[in-house]
Write a protein that binds this ligand. Structure first.
Ligand code: HPA
Length: 236
């Protein structure tokens, strides 16, 4: 079978899918961590793989950047491929100096000014959406087992990477309590809500809007390892 954006059989995709933004990161995760790997998608180079981690089937697929992109892929995975749980594993920009580069963050909510949820559902939608408590609990437990510290907070899910007003984040941090910014979790959480599925979002701080520090590609790679281990461990 295929959908407009995924060409795979239902049985090719596991009930739990990890979603980094970058399809090449999905490839790297599959090659590094999974056994018995098969590639299930290559449409638009949005690579998806299924393998086993500690004997349990798990899939990993890129989401692309932004809510329209993750909105499409997560909808098709949940609705057409019977996927039960999607865990976004991405990067974020810190809105507060209480966060350091490489901190691993578990989203307890996703705030957005995006119209994604209201347009998708055809009705008013909250501007803060929640992840699935059961998945968050499993991720927290996995992090504890692995001795990997995680910070929790509400994330800003933004439609805009480059704002004219570079200081706008300060107001959002004060008024909405958001601690960091990324661009996908709000659409993912919404799709999970309307389709009766599960979603969560783990992030690594890759840059700071406060201090303007940024990570190198190599440093990011190492930091992402911890986040991926948490995400993979909760699946087993
Ligand atoms: N803005 C939006 N998304 C991001 C950022 C950012 O600064 N860093 C990582 N993802």
């Amino acid at each position: 079978m295929s959908t407009p954006h995924i060409s795979a059989e239902k049985s090719d995709i596991a009930p739990v899918v990890l979603m980094p933004g970058d399809p090449l990161r999905a490839k790297m995760i599959a090659e590094t961590y999974l056994e018995n790997v098969t590639q299930f998608n290559a449409v638009r180079n949005m690579f998806g793989y299924t393998g086993t981690y500690k004997g349990k089937a798990i899939s990993v697929m890129g989401s692309g950047m932004g809510m329209p992109s993750i909105g499409i892929y997560s909808y098709e995975l949940f609705k057409m491929y019977d996927v039960d749980t999607i865990i976004r594993i991405g990067s974020c920009g810190a809105y507060t100096d209480a966060l350091d580069l490489y901190d691993v963050i578990l989203a307890t909510g996703s705030y957005s000014e995006s119209t994604y949820a209201s347009v998708q559902s055809g009705q008013d939608a909250p501007d803060i959406l929640a992840p699935s408590p059961s998945v968050n609990e499993a991720l927290e437990a996995a992090a504890k087992d692995l001795n990997i510290p995680i910070k929790k907070g509400i994330i800003h899910s933004s439609d805009v990477f480059y704002r004219q007003d570079t200081q706008h984040f300060k107001r959002l941090h004060e008024e909405k309590g958001v601690i960091a910014v990324e661009m996908e979790s709000y659409a993912l959480f919404h799709n999970a809500h309307v389709l009766g599925k599960h979603a969560a979002c783990l992030l690594t701080v890759s840059d700071s809007l406060v201090t303007h520090e940024a990570t190198t590609a190599e440093e990011r790679q190492n930091a992402f390892t911890q986040m991926m281990e948490v995400a993979l461990s909760q699946a087993v």
